[in-house]
Ligand binder design. Sequence first.
Ligand code: SF4
Ligand code: SF4
Length: 77
Amino acid sequence: MTEEILIKPWLCTGCCTCSLVCSMISRGEFRPSLAHIRVTKKDFEGIFDITISSTCRGCTMCARSCPSGALKVIEIS
Ligand code: SF4
Ligand code: SF4
């Protein structure tokens, strides 16, 4: 069984909890610019774009800390 992160950008509020958590776990600092996950506001569409970089270690802590359900951990058999 492996775990993956399902992204539902339309539920994102732009709180940046995910990138703050990732940067703290990965680099020891609360700094979204150091995170493996990026949240960017798309001004015209009024939604947020969420991207996870190839350097992600797959710990899933970003998804587990997302308060809106925009990131969810799913199990794949
Ligand atoms: S799963 Fe990837 S992006 Fe999410 S907290 Fe872990 S390292 Fe960061
Ligand atoms: S994905 Fe979740 S934790 Fe990250 S900014 Fe959006 S609502 Fe916040």
